[in-house]
Write a protein that binds this ligand. Structure first.
Ligand code: DX5
Ligand code: ZN
Length: 220
């Protein structure tokens, strides 16, 4: 069966203290660190890129789960590979013409390829990438419009998660946006196993407790 992976979104961390925030999350029981790489042509926000990943890599051995919200993901494969990214998840909306090349390049740089989709994108659009002879290894279902932390979870996205889990019992399925103690039941019962959580973890007085609660709900 698929393993739970709890991935605090570092977008909600104190970016001025990124290394110690990362260390704190790992101490609190995080499996992965979710790194939101946004460029404002794809989403209405701008965050970090390969130089920050490279700096953080010097301070942690943690799995860096990079979520690329950019229009030209191929341009970021080499720099992020060199910087020490672990996972490279691109958006299907931004890779219509070149996803095969992208997946191949991501794997050749030693990263795990994933594909993500926005709330308005039908789930069928990612099926060819999972069924290809050189497939993606994770699907990230957005449960908010990408761009910002702290938004409200969209429960109607669970239909996508259920459809994926039914078709692909051993696939890593990640959900991202508005996840926390009040929404994890829906995501876990739909079949998600990789859980991104930003504001619910960083805003908690006891982040370790939230992380363990998320993990337990996925395990049950
Ligand atoms: C939104 C990002 C998310 C975000 C999640 O575009 O992809 O990773 O940080 O934050 P919360 O958990 O606060 O919704
Ligand atoms: Zn994200």
């Amino acid at each position: 069966m698929v393993k739970p992976k709890i991935a605090p979104s570092m977008l909600s961390s104190d970016f001025a203290n990124l290394a110690s925030e990362a260390e704190r999350m790992i101490r609190c029981g995080a499996d992965w660190l979710h790194m939101d790489i946004m460029y404002s042509h794809f989403v209405p926000n701008l965050t970090i890129g390969a130089p920050v990943i490279e700096s953080l890599r010097k301070h942690t051995e943690a799995y860096l789960d990079c979520h690329l919200m950019v229009t030209n993901p191929l341009d970021y494969v080499e720099p992020l590979g060199k910087a020490g990214a672990s996972g490279f998840t691109f958006h299907v909306e931004a890779s219509k013409d070149n996803w095969r090349e992208l997946v191949q390049q991501i794997k050749s740089k030693g990263m795990k390829p994933g594909v993500s989709l926005k709330p308005g994108t039908p789930i069928e659009e990612v099926y060819p990438l999972i069924e290809d002879e050189n497939p993606v290894e994770m699907v990230l279902v957005m449960t908010v419009e990408p761009g910002f932390g702290g938004q409200k979870f969209m429960p109607e996205m669970m239909d996508k998660v259920r459809a994926l889990r039914k078709k692909y019992p051993s696939l890593d399925i990640e959900v991202d946006g508005g996840l926390g103690p009040s929404t994890i039941d829906l995501a876990a019962s739909a079949g998600a196993n990789c859980i991104v959580a930003g504001s619910s973890v960083f805003g908690a007085s006891d982040p370790a407790h939230v992380i363990s609660l998320l993990r337990k709900t996925v395990e049950d």
